[in-house]
Write a protein that binds this ligand. Sequence first.
Ligand SMILES: Nc1nc2c(ncn2[C@@H]2O[C@H](COP(=O)(O)OP(=O)(O)O)[C@@H](O)[C@H]2O)c(=O)[nH]1
Ligand SMILES: [Mg+2]
Length: 448
Amino acid sequence: MNQDTIAAIATPPGTGGIGIIRMSGKEAEKILNRIFRPYSGTMPLENRKLTYGHIVDGNTILDECMAVIMRAPGSYTREDVAELQTHGGIRVMNVVLETCLKYGARLADPGEFTKRAFLNGRIDLSRAEAVMEMISARGEQEYRDAVRQMEGGTADFIRTASDELYGLQAGLAACIDYPEEISDEEGTKALIPGLEKLISSLEEAMDERSSRLIHDGIQVTLYGTPNAGKSSLLNALLGQDKAIVTDIPGTTRDTVEGEIMIDGIRVHFTDTAGLRETEDPIEKIGVERSEQAVRNADMTLLVLDGSRKLTDEEKERIRNITDRCTVLINKSDIEQVTEEKDIRAVNPEAVCLTVSALDSATLKPLKERLKEQTRISDRMAISQPRHIDAVRRAVLSLKYALATLGSLTPDMASTDLQAAQAALAEVTGDQADEKLLDRIFSNFCVGK
Ligand SMILES: Nc1nc2c(ncn2[C@@H]2O[C@H](COP(=O)(O)OP(=O)(O)O)[C@@H](O)[C@H]2O)c(=O)[nH]1
Ligand SMILES: [Mg+2]
């Protein structure tokens, strides 16, 4: 149990209708009683009941407010928690916070309330991380993942796996302890099917691709010759005029970015400076950035002007496309000189779509293609990069155990099963050192 009492402004910095100042710890109620005067005059406050009154420092009124005390263990942190709902002004919230500090609270570290909830056993580590994911979630899928994890989806899965593993460990221990009753060979053989099943269920549950999609979305880069219509396509895809469009080649000198949601996944577009030889030093840097954006993309769109013939440079680019690339033949609304067959003649593998930045209906097949890229697995129980890393280490140890069970003595496998168990425990925080906790909670915002 922590001894000191922490305080922080829990609402976002800025002005709003209401601002919440929160305290947690042994002194929370004592401090609250010093600075809060209920209109009814009745003290102490009723547990978990919102009460109207004034915040005061001695005889000075600081604000009108609503206050609540949630006594341990029935609170977010399992400690005494006091919350003050003041007016949501920057100055008033700071004055109230300073008054809490003056009477004995200490300013909370980022994530410290949630850290206490974890340390006091109210939530496991994966749920604590879900709180942060919930706060930072921007996409629908990320938000849903946070809900799933907050409701214990990850913790339940890990604890079930861990129980199965304990079963296997017990079986193995029996072989080691009673060699005269169970022969090594018999005993270890019996464990193999369970071990294999556990490995495949863990492997199935972690899906790195879906995890990345949920948290990072996908990066799509438009590239190609100047004037092909990249910026126009970006604007059409975003449904807003983000990039400047002119008929002067070299208009886009820096990368321009924008984001849309497809099925709850963030699709992040980067429009680039057209790729061409140039003496202009600024445009040169733009071209270098374009090349970098192409390298970093999950998916690239090579934009060609269908009303012109392909240049040698473009043919070279078509030859060099990767399987992440879709070729867009743009300007289908005017007379076409270059068509799909011309692209295929250069590279039979090329995936082509004919589009017009001026006609959003032609972008439908492109959006369908993007949609395919954003599909995520619905069987995923492990979705956080940190959890995936731990589960992968667990699987590795289980595979070592499987290999040793066949050939070496049971003692060797036993060490590997223990290592797997420890890796699983990192996810729920049943085994977590201070360093790991600091790393996780320092990413939180203050007041949560
Ligand atoms: N007719 C037609 N003109 C287009 C289309 N897309 C772009 N343009 C025109 O082509 C020129 C260059 O467009 P821009 O988007 O700036 O090309 P970028 O250099 O590749 O970014 C502008 O005059 C646009 O209006 C299209 O689909 N159809
Ligand atoms: Mg442009």
